[in-house]
Design a protein around this ligand. Sequence first.
Ligand code: HEC
Length: 115
Amino acid sequence: MKKIVLSVVAAMCSVSLAHAADAKAGQALYAQRCAMCHGEKGAGDGALAATMPEGQKPRNLAAGSNKYATDDAKLKELLQKGGAALGLSVLMPAQADLNDTQLGDLVAFVNSLKK
Ligand code: HEC
Protein backbone atom coordinates (compact mmCIF):
# COMPACT_ATOMS: atom_id res chain seq x y z
CA MET A 1 0.00 0.00 0.00
CA LYS A 2 2.73 2.42 1.00
CA LYS A 3 4.52 1.63 -2.21
CA ILE A 4 1.43 2.38 -4.28
CA VAL A 5 0.89 5.71 -2.55
CA LEU A 6 4.51 6.65 -3.09
CA SER A 7 4.47 5.81 -6.75
CA VAL A 8 1.24 7.76 -7.26
CA VAL A 9 2.83 10.77 -5.56
CA ALA A 10 5.95 10.36 -7.69
CA ALA A 11 3.87 10.17 -10.85
CA MET A 12 1.96 13.32 -9.92
CA CYS A 13 5.19 15.18 -9.25
CA SER A 14 6.70 14.22 -12.57
CA VAL A 15 3.57 15.31 -14.42
CA SER A 16 3.59 18.77 -12.83
CA LEU A 17 7.33 19.13 -13.39
CA ALA A 18 7.00 18.05 -16.99
CA HIS A 19 4.59 20.83 -17.79
CA ALA A 20 6.31 24.18 -17.67
CA ALA A 21 3.83 26.93 -18.57
CA ASP A 22 3.62 27.12 -22.33
CA ALA A 23 3.29 30.69 -23.60
CA LYS A 24 2.65 29.46 -27.13
CA ALA A 25 -0.38 27.45 -26.05
CA GLY A 26 -1.38 30.51 -24.03
CA GLN A 27 -1.16 32.66 -27.15
CA ALA A 28 -3.69 30.46 -28.94
CA LEU A 29 -6.10 30.76 -26.01
CA TYR A 30 -5.49 34.50 -25.89
CA ALA A 31 -6.29 34.87 -29.60
CA GLN A 32 -9.63 33.08 -29.09
CA ARG A 33 -10.67 34.56 -25.77
CA CYS A 34 -8.93 37.85 -25.07
CA ALA A 35 -7.74 39.59 -28.23
CA MET A 36 -11.19 40.89 -29.22
CA CYS A 37 -11.06 43.14 -26.17
CA HIS A 38 -7.42 43.48 -25.17
CA GLY A 39 -6.01 43.55 -28.72
CA GLU A 40 -3.61 41.15 -30.39
CA LYS A 41 -0.59 42.62 -28.62
CA GLY A 42 -2.43 43.47 -25.40
CA ALA A 43 -2.62 47.22 -25.95
CA GLY A 44 -6.29 47.33 -24.93
CA ASP A 45 -7.35 48.06 -28.50
CA GLY A 46 -9.36 45.00 -29.54
CA ALA A 47 -12.38 45.44 -31.81
CA LEU A 48 -14.82 45.38 -28.88
CA ALA A 49 -12.92 48.00 -26.87
CA ALA A 50 -14.55 50.85 -28.78
CA THR A 51 -17.99 49.68 -27.62
CA MET A 52 -17.08 49.93 -23.93
CA PRO A 53 -17.68 52.95 -21.74
CA GLU A 54 -14.81 55.20 -20.66
CA GLY A 55 -13.37 53.95 -17.38
CA GLN A 56 -14.31 50.35 -18.24
CA LYS A 57 -12.01 49.83 -21.20
CA PRO A 58 -9.98 46.60 -21.46
CA ARG A 59 -6.66 47.04 -19.67
CA ASN A 60 -3.49 47.64 -21.65
CA LEU A 61 -1.78 44.37 -20.72
CA ALA A 62 1.58 45.52 -22.07
CA ALA A 63 1.72 48.47 -19.69
CA GLY A 64 1.93 46.56 -16.41
CA SER A 65 -0.77 48.77 -14.86
CA ASN A 66 -3.10 46.09 -13.47
CA LYS A 67 -5.19 47.10 -10.48
CA TYR A 68 -5.71 43.64 -9.00
CA ALA A 69 -3.79 41.10 -11.03
CA THR A 70 -0.36 42.23 -9.91
CA ASP A 71 1.21 38.77 -9.73
CA ASP A 72 0.72 35.34 -11.33
CA ALA A 73 -1.54 33.98 -8.58
CA LYS A 74 -3.84 37.02 -8.72
CA LEU A 75 -3.93 36.96 -12.50
CA LYS A 76 -4.98 33.32 -12.37
CA GLU A 77 -7.64 34.17 -9.79
CA LEU A 78 -8.96 36.96 -12.03
CA LEU A 79 -9.24 34.53 -14.94
CA GLN A 80 -11.06 32.00 -12.76
CA LYS A 81 -13.49 34.45 -11.15
CA GLY A 82 -13.88 37.28 -13.64
CA GLY A 83 -13.65 41.02 -13.00
CA ALA A 84 -16.91 41.51 -11.11
CA ALA A 85 -15.95 39.11 -8.30
CA LEU A 86 -12.80 41.13 -7.64
CA GLY A 87 -14.21 44.64 -7.74
CA LEU A 88 -13.31 45.18 -11.40
CA SER A 89 -15.59 45.63 -14.38
CA VAL A 90 -18.18 42.96 -15.22
CA LEU A 91 -16.93 43.36 -18.78
CA MET A 92 -13.85 41.31 -17.85
CA PRO A 93 -15.25 37.75 -18.20
CA ALA A 94 -14.33 34.67 -16.14
CA GLN A 95 -12.67 31.78 -17.96
CA ALA A 96 -14.13 29.19 -15.62
CA ASP A 97 -14.01 26.38 -18.18
CA LEU A 98 -10.20 26.43 -18.45
CA ASN A 99 -8.14 23.95 -16.46
CA ASP A 100 -5.12 24.82 -14.36
CA THR A 101 -2.64 24.05 -17.14
CA GLN A 102 -4.48 26.29 -19.60
CA LEU A 103 -4.67 29.10 -17.04
CA GLY A 104 -0.92 28.77 -16.43
CA ASP A 105 -0.28 28.95 -20.17
CA LEU A 106 -2.43 32.09 -20.45
CA VAL A 107 -0.62 33.72 -17.53
CA ALA A 108 2.72 32.97 -19.22
CA PHE A 109 1.53 34.57 -22.46
CA VAL A 110 0.03 37.64 -20.74
CA ASN A 111 3.33 38.13 -18.90
CA SER A 112 5.19 37.98 -22.22
CA LEU A 113 3.14 40.96 -23.50
CA LYS A 114 4.68 43.29 -20.94
CA LYS A 115 7.38 45.50 -22.30
C1 HEC B 1 -15.38 41.37 -23.32
C2 HEC B 1 -14.09 42.01 -23.21
C3 HEC B 1 -12.98 41.32 -22.47
C4 HEC B 1 -12.47 40.06 -22.71
C5 HEC B 1 -12.96 39.04 -23.73
C6 HEC B 1 -11.36 39.91 -21.81
N1 HEC B 1 -11.19 41.03 -21.05
FE1 HEC B 1 -9.74 41.33 -19.67
N2 HEC B 1 -10.58 43.12 -19.20
C7 HEC B 1 -11.68 43.68 -19.80
C8 HEC B 1 -11.98 44.94 -19.18
C9 HEC B 1 -13.13 45.87 -19.55
C10 HEC B 1 -11.03 45.12 -18.16
C11 HEC B 1 -10.89 46.32 -17.20
C12 HEC B 1 -11.57 46.01 -15.88
C13 HEC B 1 -11.62 47.21 -14.99
O1 HEC B 1 -10.85 48.16 -15.18
O2 HEC B 1 -12.45 47.23 -14.07
C14 HEC B 1 -10.15 43.96 -18.21
C15 HEC B 1 -9.06 43.79 -17.38
C16 HEC B 1 -8.15 42.77 -17.52
C17 HEC B 1 -6.92 42.67 -16.75
C18 HEC B 1 -6.42 43.66 -15.71
C19 HEC B 1 -6.95 43.30 -14.34
C20 HEC B 1 -6.46 44.24 -13.26
O3 HEC B 1 -6.10 43.73 -12.18
O4 HEC B 1 -6.42 45.44 -13.48
C21 HEC B 1 -6.28 41.54 -17.17
C22 HEC B 1 -4.94 41.02 -16.69
C23 HEC B 1 -7.11 40.92 -18.19
N3 HEC B 1 -8.23 41.69 -18.35
C24 HEC B 1 -6.79 39.78 -18.85
C25 HEC B 1 -7.64 39.15 -19.76
C26 HEC B 1 -7.36 37.88 -20.37
C27 HEC B 1 -6.08 37.08 -20.17
C28 HEC B 1 -8.42 37.58 -21.17
C29 HEC B 1 -8.68 36.35 -21.97
C30 HEC B 1 -8.75 35.11 -21.23
C31 HEC B 1 -9.37 38.69 -21.06
N4 HEC B 1 -8.86 39.60 -20.20
C32 HEC B 1 -10.57 38.77 -21.75
C33 HEC B 1 -12.38 43.16 -20.86
C34 HEC B 1 -12.18 41.91 -21.41
